[in-house]
Design a protein around this ligand. Structure first.
Ligand code: IMO
Ligand code: MG
Length: 418
């Protein structure tokens, strides 16, 4: 059985959960390895919508173990709420959820810092999800952050909390500190049964040749090093993050599937070379329901960007592409794909690394004739309208990666293999 990485390869929201769900019906283990509740992963089954933020999307399959790896940052209050609301929606957790004791803890302090930074830094505004993700990762890097396993040690935890406030120069009263410790304790009572060293589970799964799926969060263009810095998230989001975030070396991943939308979207600030405005953007936003599942923000819309796609395909050594939301393009007369960036009299085929350069590039487009048909019922590539097939083949040619999976609707079954 293969181990498969399923990674967002644009600016997030590529429908990662849908593909995890599609390939995961026989998965033994599904693993999240980075990010936190900034993610919003949606699965629709028979009209019922399930939204995952920190819990892996494999939870819908009752025989699948789900691991929240060491590289994830966890907001204990939000995670407890998420577990409760999924349980209320009929998801049976049993003893299938495992959380690594090394995972970072997002505190109210981090959410405060996240929001404060966005408010005071006019120029540096990122448009974060406000979930405290950046400050939490920063504190872990500074070796001052709290990890989930710390919650088992009351006195140690209190001291570290105190130090953290001191480090950030944020005042806290003893009463507030005690209140925070009490809340963490309350959440710990719920989470502790899930918390362990998850490494042996993964290594055992590998030894037994079980099917393991690694569920990426965010996308390669939000990677904190290789994305459009500084308009990025604070974790590494690419295939290599699997090793550091779960302890299962990326060398051992058999197959890497990169997910791209059939067009492009972005939430938050930052350069977006193929962004479009006006009637077509509104049509796509409406058809594709392009509103954030974590923050509800309307997503920015653009044409498929093959410069970026080829870049992230290489970064992740993709074996195949999952092309999602193809149905949303039905009815678009003229569909464009960006095939190069015009910049300073040159045509670039890879994105410049500096944001000030990236902000100034002008996309060079190829135009494709659209199709009118509703394609949500299509289950085979040959049954797609000719122009949709040509579009799909252009994506393959421009990225040099075969399209292996196509999704044509929200529902679980509205997906097919090529
Ligand atoms: P999923 O997993 C889309 C974006 C934010 C912001 C930047 C930094 O659902 O694809 P952060 O809160 O992470 O510090 O915000 O990253 N962002 C996402 N955009 N999908 C996501 O997750 C995202 N998670 C973060 O909008 O621009
Ligand atoms: Mg999202």
């Amino acid at each position: 059985m293969p181990s498969i990485a399923i990674l967002g390869c644009m600016w997030g929201d590529e429908a990662k959960a849908k593909i995890v769900d599609y390939l995961g019906s026989d998965a033994d283990v599904v693993v999240r390895f980075q990010g936190g509740s900034n993610a919003g992963h949606t699965i629709v089954v028979d009209g019922k919508k399930y939204v995952f933020h920190t819990v892996p999307s494999g939870m819908l399959y009752e025989d699948t173990k789900c691991i929240i790896g060491a590289g994830v940052v966890i907001d204990p209050t939000r995670l407890v709420e998420e577990i409760r609301s999924l349980e209320a929606a009929g998801v049976d957790f049993g003893d299938r959820l495992y959380i690594d004791e090394r995972a970072g803890v997002v505190l109210p302090l981090h959410q405060y810092l996240d929001k404060r930074n966005e408010e005071i830094l006019n120029k540096g505004k990122i448009g974060t999800t406000g979930r405290g993700i950046g400050p939490t990762y920063a504190d872990l890097t500074a070796r001052l952050g709290i990890r989930l396993g710390d919650l088992a040690h009351k006195r140690y935890l209190k001291q570290r909390l105190k130090d953290l406030y001191l480090y950030h120069g944020v005042e806290i009263t003893t009463a507030d500190l005690n209140e925070q410790c009490d809340l963490l304790k309350e959440n710990w009572e719920v989470l502790k049964k899930h918390c362990s060293n998850t490494l042996p589970i993964l290594h055992e799964a590998k030894a037994q040749d079980l099917k393991i799926i690694f569920e990426g969060a965010q996308g390669s263009l939000l990677d904190r090093t290789w994305g459009s810095f500084p308009y990025v998230t604070s974790s590494n989001t690419m295939v290599d993050a699997i090793g550091t975030g779960s302890g299962f070396s990326a060398r051992n991943v058999d197959e890497v599937i990169g997910i791209f939308k059939s067009y492009a979207t972005r939430v938050g600030e930052g350069p977006f070379p193929t962004e479009i405005h006006g009637a077509l953007a509104d049509q796509i936003r409406k058809q594709g329901n392009e509103f954030g599942s974590t923050t509800g923000r309307p997503r920015r819309i653009g044409y498929f960007d093959a410069v970026m796609a080829a870049y992230t395909a290489k970064l992740n050594t993709l074996d195949g592409i999952a092309l999602t939301l193809l149905d949303v393009l039905s009815g678009v007369e003229d569909i464009k794909i960006c095939v190069g960036y015009e910049y300073k009299g040159k045509l670039l085929n890879t994105p410049p690394s500096h944001v000030l350069d990236l902000e100034k590039v002008k996309p060079a487009y190829l135009s494709f004739e659209g199709w009118e048909e509703d394609i949500t019922g299509v289950r085979h590539k040959d049954d797609l309208p000719k122009n949709a097939r040509l579009y799909l083949e252009a994506v393959e040619d421009l990225t040099e990666v075969p399209v292996r999976i196509v999704s044509v609707g929200k529902e679980r079954h509205e997906t097919f293999m090529c």
